[in-house]
Design a protein around this ligand. Structure first.
Ligand code: NAG
Length: 180
């Protein structure tokens, strides 16, 4: 009888051990983290708006080979409700040495109008506001079939006071007729 009890205990222990092994291996795949980029943000809910600020060295309001990218220019992202026009999100940021800014945005703003606006130039010789390329719209939502968390905004630029000497030649190379 004592022997039987011992055997039963052993059997029970083995069953418990086996079942915990089974559940451990069954759990393993489920606990594997979801695939994410190496620089994944802490929250899955964060998107980044990325764009560039340039100095329009030819005063043509588009980028050329002579375009220079501007460090420490300030931009502001603002989202507002389409119907009420109420501002729902504001974030100001400076560009890095390549003229690039990254603005974190939490949540989904699909139903809102979000725009990046040029605020301030960091160059005295290149601070004239063009009539175009001062603001850029960007759609901030995950529902666009893009896997990365980055949403790109169009480049924005200030115009240089005096065009660079090489501009005429560069514009001709691009297929534009001489301006004079
Ligand atoms: C926008 O504003 C309207 C009116 O105040 C409101 O009913 C609606 O829910 C708002 N939309 C969003 C996406 O917050």
């Amino acid at each position: 009888m004592a022997k039987n009890v011992a055997a039963t205990t052993l059997f029970m222990a083995a069953v418990l051990c086996f079942s915990s092994l089974v559940s451990a291996s069954a759990r393993a795949p489920a606990s594997t983290p979801a695939r994410a980029p190496a620089s994944a943000p802490v929250s899955n809910d964060i998107l980044y708006v990325e764009g560039r600020v340039y100095c329009d060295t030819c005063r043509v309001q588009f980028e050329t080979k002579l375009t220079e990218y501007m460090e420490a220019a300030s931009v502001r992202l603002q989202c507002r409700n389409r119907t009420s026009d109420k501002i729902t999100y504001t974030f100001e940021e400076l560009t890095d040495s390549n003229g690039i800014y990254h603005i974190p945005v939490e949540g989904d703003h699909e139903e809102e109008i979000c725009e990046v606006k040029l605020l301030k130039s960091s160059r005295d010789d290149c601070s004239e506001r063009a009539t175009r390329r001062l603001t850029g719209r960007v759609l901030i939502t995950k529902n666009v079939g893009v896997a990365t968390p980055i949403r790109y905004a169009n480049s924005l630029g200030f115009m240089k006071k005096e065009p660079l000497p090489g501009c005429t030649q560069e514009l001709q190379r691009m297929g534009f007729l001489p301006l004079d």
